[in-house]
Write a protein that binds this ligand. Sequence first.
Ligand SMILES: [Zn+2]
Ligand SMILES: [Zn+2]
Length: 459
Amino acid sequence: MMKDTDFTLRDFLAGRIWHREHIPFDTEIIDAHIKAGHIKVISGVTKTSKYFQQTHYFCRRCENEEQARFTTFQCAKCDGPCAYCRQCLKMGRVSVCTELIAWIGEDLVFANDHQIAWQGNLTPLQKKASAELIESNHQKKSHLIYAVCGAGKTEILFEPIYELLKDGKRICLAAPRVDVILELEPRLKAAFPETPIDALYGGAKPSLAPAQLILATTHQLYRFQEAFDVIFVDEADAFPYTADGTLKRAVKKAAKKDAPIHFVTATPSKQLIVEANKQGAISSIPRRFHGHPLPVPRYESLWNYKQKFEKGKLPPKLVNWVRERLDHQQPFLIFFHHIELMEKALPIFQTIDERIQSVHAAHENRKAHVLALRNNEVPGLLTTTILERGITIPNVQVAVVGAEQQIFTKGALVQIGGRVGRAVTYPDGDFVLFHHGISNAMDDARKEIVNLNKKGGKL
Ligand SMILES: [Zn+2]
Ligand SMILES: [Zn+2]
């Protein structure tokens, strides 16, 4: 019988629900801790017969129970038909005979001594929101920070996070998109230099040391269970979080009982506002930190742009727009609704300037191209909605091609426009919607921006 706890193992596993075979520890150590009652073993997929004897599967890792997302296969391990969950397959297959493990031994206690190195100043509105968020933490209630793009929402979180860290709390800052996590990581690490911080996303290796502050894509929360005292969900309205019920459940599962879950976004859904009004609190910030208004989109017709791209031609309005950016040495982003159309358009754009590049979710050079734009090594990028949020490039000018397309919802357009004029040195810029007909979403986005500017201007 083992007496001693392996603290490295505890530090890694506490708060997690992990595939037994994929854990970076020796089998003997795991076995001994199971025997000693420090680790419990959970069946990966449970199988029950409800609903008139029909088999019902439930994934214990991602809590998926949509039956169509399970596949039965002939399993070599359990020597028979076995079902696995397709929802969380990317993290390693979890099937009926898979064993997941969770820590139930001695609790992990976090440090109270932390430092905040951030020395910027908050605007009165940011300060107010920050104080209100701290109050919500005391009351353990959910809080929505509804702040326009460029309001400085990350800075609003610094003081509340610092307070929590000093209380020895474990915190998660989650976002649906990896780009947002990559942008947050260096800022949080700089703000809290003494705090163990881990950033988790597809392909990132978790450190063995216990991180008190975890930055994670919402997908990564499949692997946590009752881990956090507070969770912040940044960009709470972004795809795929809004469309995928298992991600919402993952956030809840990762939170400890009664732990407040906060949301931060510039474009909250109606549902999020209703819920926050009902059970929590809202701080709204209709003004950017530098005090300048949000750029209002202008409309430019671009009739039959698709056919023109198909024929290898660029509409003259687009050529002029790009030339103007090049003449003024302004970095630019041109948003497309579809990868294929964008890739067709790229070589035509490159006839104006061969350095122009494109990015999309699966693009292997995505990070490098964005960095190159930031460093003025490329003049501009064509992009899908993948860059609609989370990125800040001083003096960037933005165009949307085919703004009438369905993918450009009101929220998406507000976010895209939010890329413009973020820096105090360049608080303005061009935000143009090239279209083949004006959609309701375009008008709604413009109305919202005008309204927010009115509200912000009165403050
Ligand atoms: Zn699953
Ligand atoms: Zn099996």
